[in-house]
Design a protein around this ligand. Sequence first.
Ligand code: CA
Length: 189
Amino acid sequence: MKKIILTMALASSLNVILTKPADAAKVIDQLQPNIDNNIALAIGGDSNSEQKLAQTMTIEVTGTLKGIFLPIDCANGRLRISINEVVAGEPGTLEYTAKQLRASRVSESITKFRYFALPGNLEIYAGDEYAVVLENRTGSCGISGSPEGDSYIGGGGFFDARPNAPGWISFEATESRFDLPFMLLIKTP
Ligand SMILES: [Ca+2]
């Protein structure tokens, strides 16, 4: 099985910047906040891979989903972020909310977490599983990697890339880093 596709743009320094939530009722629920500067995973068209990435997570705080922090930058095309169902531990096809941004709007450093507001005010509940799915159907983006091993116990990373057959492959099947960096922002009731 072919391994995950990396981008040529390697992160050069760790520099995490968090946007301070304006509302005291907004909290970071699930997170894997650690970025490894030495690895960047491709989203989209590198090597005609059409690579999609995903991360599953288990909610601990019931509330309204406001957005997600991800250390992403893009070269071209459009970044597409969706929140999907999880079926049998893998990202499913049902999307609860999605957002697309031009690459020019995602051009900051891959070494920093950037906030992506998500539409729809999705109600989410403690104990439920969701997946964030990252695609670029017309160009290329990259996301910084996580440290080695299992850095988030409430879910795992997945990729779907050619020349593999279509379908999600767990990072644990081919990689030494089992998760993506992310932080989920929730508004509590
Ligand atoms: Ca994990």
